[in-house]
Design a protein around this ligand. Structure first.
Ligand SMILES: [Fe+2]
Length: 325
C-alpha cells in the first residue's frame, strides 16, 4: 500500500518533541482564523487568543457609531518583540499569523476569498464564546472534523438534517470545503482552515472552533464562538443543537486519544474518498514537519562545521587561546 494513504503514526499524537517540531513547522508558519468582524462588535472588550503558546490580542478601535466593519480592528502579539501579520477578507473574516515566517495571506489561502466573498459575515452578531480543556491531541479533533464517516452513528440529530449519503470534502491548498448536501448549497457551509480552525454555517447560525494545542501532546483547549441573528429563544435552540454535535465529537476524541496513547492503535489506512479530508491535512502536517526537520538538521550541521573550523583554527597555549597563523 502506498505510504501516502496511511495515517500519521500514533507517536505523532503522543510525543512532546514532535509537538515542538510541529509548533515550529506548522503553527508558527500558518495563518489562523480568529473570527468574523462581529466577534469584535463590543469596543470595550479586548479579545485575547492563545495559539501554540503565542498570545494574540485583538482590539476594535473604531467609534461605536461606526457600525461593524473592518475599520479600526488591530491585532498584535502580547510579547512586544514578536511581530505578526493580520488580514481581513472583504467579506469580514479576520486572520492572523504568529510570526513573520509565513507566506502572504493571498498565497497561503489561494482561492479562499473567491469562496468566502459569496457570504456577508458582518450580519450574524456574536452571541457566546466557550472554552474548555480536552484530553486529546489537536490532530485527533481535526481527524474527526475532516471526515463524516462517523457522523451517522455519532451524530444522529445532525445526520437527520444533513444525511451523510452526499457528504463530500473538497481540498484546496490550505483549506477544505465540506459539502453536506449538494442540493442545498446555501445551507451548511463548513470550512476547515489548516491547521486548527473551522467555520461552520448551519442550523440558522454560525459557529467557529479552534483546537489550540498544549505543550503536552495529549491535551488541547477547545474554543467555540457562536453567532446568530435570532431571538434569545431561537439562539438557545440553535446552541443546544450544535452543542450536542460538539459534545458527541469530544467524547469520541477523548476515547480515540486513549487508544493512541495506550498502543491500541498504531497506524492505519485512510479511505481515499471518504477520508480525503484527513488525508489532505495529515499529508500537509507530514510535509511541513519533514521539511522543518531537514532545515534544522542542516542548520545543526553547519553550526557543527563552524565550531570545528573554530577549534581547528585556534591553539590553546600558556597565553590563552590564539589563532593559528
Ligand atoms: Fe463529528
Amino acid at each position: 500500500m502506498d505510504s501516502i494513504s496511511r495515517t500519521l503514526p500514533a507517536s505523532w499524537f503522543c510525543s512532546p518533541a514532535l509537538y515542538q517540531l510541529e509548533r515550529r513547522a506548522v503553527f508558527l508558519r500558518s495563518w489562523h482564523f480568529l473570527g468574523p468582524v462581529t466577534r469584535f462588535q463590543n469596543r470595550k472588550e479586548t479579545i485575547i487568543y492563545e495559539i501554540a503558546q503565542v498570545t494574540i490580542i485583538v482590539e476594535n478601535t473604531s467609534p461605536e457609531s461606526a457600525g461593524i466593519t473592518s475599520e479600526g480592528i488591530i491585532v498584535y502579539a502580547k510579547d512586544k518583540t514578536r511581530q505578526i501579520k493580520y488580514h481581513l477578507t472583504p467579506s469580514g473574516l479576520l486572520f492572523s499569523t504568529l510570526s513573520l515566517d509565513t507566506p502572504p495571506f493571498e498565497e497561503y489561502f489561494a482561492g479562499l476569498e473567491a469562496l468566502t466573498n459569496t457570504v456577508d459575515f458582518t450580519k450574524l452578531p456574536h452571541r457566546r464564546s466557550i472554552s474548555y480543556t480536552g484530553r486529546f491531541n489537536w490532530k485527533t479533533m481535526i481527524d474527526g472534523f475532516q471526515e463524516c464517516l462517523h457522523c451517522q452513528y455519532t451524530h444522529p440529530t445532525f445526520s437527520k438534517f444533513y444525511p451523510p449519503t452526499f457528504y463530500s470534502v473538497t481540498n484546496h491548498q490550505t483549506f477544505s470545503q465540506h459539502i453536506a448536501d449538494p442540493s442545498k448549497p446555501s445551507d451548511g457551509l463548513f470550512l476547515y482552515f489548516f491547521p486548527i480552525c473551522t467555520l461552520n454555517v448551519y442550523g440558522g447560525g454560525m459557529s467557529s472552533f479552534r483546537t489550540c494545542p498544549a505543550p503536552e501532546p495529549g491535551m488541547s483547549r477547545m474554543e467555540f464562538d457562536y453567532y446568530h441573528n435570532g431571538t434569545e429563544e431561537e439562539f438557545e435552540e440553535y446552541f443546544k443543537f450544535v452543542r450536542q454535535v460538539a459534545v458527541e465529537d469530544f467524547e469520541l476524541c477523548e476515547k480515540a486519544q486513549q487508544g493512541l496513547e495506550g498502543g491500541v492503535y498504531g497506524e492505519g489506512i485512510l479511505n481515499p474518498v471518504k477520508e480525503n479530508g484527513v488525508l489532505f491535512y495529515q499529508r500537509r502536517v507530514r510535509e511541513c514537519v519533514y521539511k522543518q526537520f531537514e532545515v534544522e538538521k542542516r542548520e545543526k550541521e553547519v553550526r557543527e562545521e563552524e565550531d570545528k573550523v573554530a577549534v581547528n583554527g585556534l591553539e590553546v597555549g600558556d597565553g590563552g587561546v590564539v589563532a593559528v597563523q
